[in-house]
Design a protein around this ligand. Structure first.
Ligand SMILES: Cc1ncc(COP(=O)(O)O)c(C=O)c1O
Length: 371
């Protein structure tokens, strides 16, 4: 491999994170990790296998294509797409045996037609909107919708779910209201004779802070990868970050005091320095907002990123690193350093760990290891 920049992913961390969730939710509750967006940037196929090794029961993706990628890789557990899909995805969804989220009758009809044509039964989960305001049937309309679905040939209602927008916030009241609305809706369906085997509401925040919302399945995302969804939520389950972003020094120079570094000359050396150039930039998803703010570790020494992050390169000040040389390994995210934790990086650039992870570019190879 000639790439000097890569993301190491410790699959044992992912496995153990799933096991830690299992310990909290107990055996009967199904764990359906979110492996969408290429496994939050870690690689969907490898992450999925690690989750299943750790005891996950099913997987959640966002699109038909993400589901097909897993099926083509031989993943044969239940896969649920979480978003609304266009009617022209219905035939392939049935064909690949991928479970659909439904909250629109046109799509449900298309699924039913396709399933009849193919002589198969297709599974659906009803999405209800109890407060996320994104997709879903309103709780009061759910019974009618479920009755319509239940009457569709070759369509089986396997699940019903909702999503929490603020389960990771210290104010619990909104989420508690959502749980109540969801439970009421499930009871109404049951009383009407509509059996829905899988009820699920919890994302990572829910799993950490609302055990009463386990129902019989949970959908952890960010926790699988080793991050808490926010600083406000109880860290009630021990998890470990799976990813370390690394690169290597490609160029090293001594530079005089007063030398300017990178575009815009936003950093001018205050002393005679050693400056190292790294082959990573915003084209790899390393945020340009880390210009003059990023940090790295070289030979165990914490060093600052200086000047603006370019598309493919950036510079660090390695004056205080004894013995530094071209080819030295540089850690940019993770590596067990708190100040390089992706949560910390996210805070620095005004976003969330999810976005920092998803932004790691396609040209950064993911390298997998265990423990
Ligand atoms: C519907 C749904 N469920 C579960 C998750 C997982 O959430 P988290 O990563 O916060 O655990 C997501 C993530 O965006 C989602 O959209």
């Amino acid at each position: 491999m000639s790439n000097l920049t890569y993301a190491e992913v410790d699959l044992s961390a992912i496995r153990n994170n799933v096991k830690a969730i299992r310990k909290r939710v107990g055996e009967p509750v199904k764990i359906m990790p979110a492996v969408k967006a290429n496994g939050y940037g870690h690689g969907a196929i490898q992450v999925s296998r690690a989750c299943l090794d750790g005891g996950a029961d099913a997987l959640c993706v966002s699109s038909l294509e993400e589901g097909v990628e897993l099926r083509d890789a031989g993943v044969d557990v239940p896969i649920l797409t979480l978003g609304c899909l266009p009617v022209n995805a219905a035939q392939a969804m049935v064909d690949y045996g991928i479970t659909s989220t439904v909250c629109e009758i046109d799509y449900a009809n298309a699924l039913s037609d396709a399933a009849v044509r193919l002589g198969k039964t297709t599974l659906v989960h009803i999405k209800i909107d109890t407060g996320m305001g994104r997709i879903g049937i309103r709780p009061n309309d759910t019974l009618d919708f479920a009755r319509t679905l239940a009457a569709l040939p070759n369509v089986l209602i396997e699940g019903m779910f909702t999503h929490f927008p603020c389960s990771d916030e210290s104010d619990r009241s909104f989420t508690l209201g959502q749980i109540e609305a969801f439970r009421d809706t499930a009871i109404r369906l049951k009383r009407a004779g509509i059996e829905v085997p899988l009820l699920h509401t919890s994302n990572s925040g829910g799993i950490l802070a609302f055990p009463e919302a386990d129902f019989n399945a949970v959908r952890p995302g960010i926790m699988i990868y080793g991050y808490y969804p926010s600083d406000e939520v109880a860290r009630s389950i021990p998890i470990r970050e799976a990813m370390t972003l690394k690169t290597h020094i490609t160029f090293l120079k001594n530079a005089e005091r007063g030398t300017s570094i990178s575009y815009g000359r936003t950093h001018v050396l205050k002393r005679k320095s050693r400056v190292a150039t790294l082959p990573i930039g915003y084209g790899d998803g390393y945020p340009r907002l880390l210009s003059n703010k990023g940090e790295a570790v070289v030979r165990g020494t914490r060093v600052p990123l200086i000047g603006r992050v370019c598309m493919d390169q950036c510079m660090i000040d390695v004056t205080d690193v004894p013995g530094v040389g071209v080819g030295d390994e540089v850690t940019l995210y993770g590596g067990g350093y708190d100040f390089l934790s992706v949560s910390h990086i996210a805070e620095k650039v005004g976003t969330i760990s999810y976005e920092v992870l998803c932004n790691i570019g396609q040209r950064v190879p993911r390298v997998y290891f265990n423990g």
